[in-house]
Design a binder for this molecule. Structure first.
Ligand SMILES: [Zn+2]
Length: 410
């Protein structure tokens, strides 16, 4: 049985939710637990209650809307994504996944049959990490990755506490964290990259997520007068930084198309145009779907930075901030996505996620997989982020029918 969806309804919801935190340039700024986040949450609760879902909110502010199946004693199927955005971010990152899930629930209910298992639609708190770091806080608490107390005590750049904000907007729940088993978990998300659109494929079957390693590097030399200090006498931290940045790019190039190597943030001391830089602190992050490749990249970073420091008479400090192993999503759920996409007559291809997602944590506690739809010009974390109605519809259609299958599994 194929379940149709209502693409006009989905498009209307997308427009409605894009109002919450709307920016002049057509994007949204909807930081976790902000007033704009509250507005999106309120409408989410209203729409799911209208459908007959029961709502529970846990202490991390995650919202769970449960649509009853015929046997609620069985483990439910989870579907959803996050409701927060980056500052000046896009309308679809996260929210599309929540609304496609909402559309799936409405469409399934309109069939006038119930699924065997309950379906729980979740809106995760603070996936982006842009207000309260790190990212994936809500799903991290739910899956036991982070201690609840630590997350509740997090502060934003203004010193405002997570727990206080959750309470202020009315979403500090008392529902318990992960007190039930989950049969399987699905998330649909925009690709946030250019591959699907370039290949003209509407459905990406996300079989892996890249592992990541994040570092904070400090190169320390000595401040000196830019006019009186000959080049050979300098201990120029900024020169070392320039070589190090080039080395990071070369390491990335060496490990193929799936490698990512980025220096994105830097702090120069004393940051004056006529003083040789005494110290540069900068970020490095590597991503790769292979753990072996990540470890090789780590070794290469250490060797090349040690050489650069020695050659430029600098002191080197490498601090590894965190490391995240590559993820293989669940074959059974992937097969359901592939089979359903084929039955509905859409083109598909396997794709690797370069970004972290709530599903990366869920994968540790239940059978999990993700679906990607294309986004225009691969642009995301940007106000220009956009998708077509056709991509939105195809994605929700596939998601709905996958969910229906998973929720009817014995
Ligand atoms: Zn996202």
């Amino acid at each position: 049985m194929q379940i149709p969806i209502n693409s006009e309804r989905l498009a209307t919801w997308q427009q409605q939710f894009a109002e919450f935190g709307k920016t002049a340039a057509g994007g949204i700024t909807r930081l976790a637990l902000s007033d704009a986040d509250k507005s999106a949450r309120d409408l989410f609760v209203q729409l799911t209650e209208q459908l007959g879902c029961t709502i529970s909110i846990d202490a991390a502010g995650n919202i769970f809307a449960r649509l009853r199946g015929s046997d609620s004693s069985l483990a439910p199927v989870l579907v959803g994504s996050h409701g927060d955005s980056q500052p000046q971010g896009g309308r679809f990152d996260g929210m599309y996944g929540v609304l496609a899930g909402l559309e799936a629930l409405y469409s399934i209910k309109e069939q006038h049959t119930t699924t065997l298992r309950d379906i729980v639609l979740v809106m995760w708190t603070g996936e982006e990490g842009s207000r309260f770091a790190p990212s994936m806080l809500g799903s991290g608490v739910f899956t036991g990755k982070f201690a609840l107390d630590e997350v509740l005590a997090k502060t934003d750049a203004n010193g405002i506490i997570f727990a206080d904000e959750a309470k202020r907007i009315g979403y500090a729940g008392n529902g318990s964290i992960a007190d039930y088993q989950i049969h399987a978990s699905l998330e649909i998300h925009i690709e946030q990259g250019p591959i699907l659109e370039t290949e003209n494929i509407p459905i990406g079957v996300v079989n892996k997520a890249m592992g990541q390693k994040w570092y904070e590097i400090t190169l320390t030399g000595m401040a000196a007068h830019a006019g009186t200090t000959p080049l050979d006498f300098r201990r120029d931290a900024l020169l070392g930084f320039a070589k190090a940045t080039t080395a990071i790019n070369q390491i990335g190039q060496k490990h193929g198309n799936d490698a990512r190597a980025t220096v994105g943030k830097t702090n120069v001391q004393p940051n004056s145009s006529n003083v040789v830089a005494s110290q540069v602190t900068f970020s490095v992050e590597f991503r790769h779907p292979s753990q072996t490749a990540l470890e090789d990249m780590d070794n290469e970073l250490r060797t090349s930075f040690a050489n650069i420091a020695a050659q430029n008479n600098l002191q080197l400090n490498i601090k590894e901030l965190f490391s995240f192993a590559p993820i293989d999503f669940n074959e059974h759920v992937l097969d359901i996505i592939r089979q359903t996409t084929a039955e509905l007559g859409y083109q598909q291809q396997d794709i690797i996620s370069g970004a972290g997602h709530d599903s990366c944590y869920l994968n540790e506690i239940t059978k999990t997989a993700m679906i990607f739809i294309p986004c225009k010009d691969g642009i995301s974390h940007n106000e220009l982020e956009d998708i077509t109605d056709e991509w939105a519809t195809i994605g929700a259609h596939v998601l709905t029918n996958c969910l229906n299958k998973l929720a009817n599994e014995n």
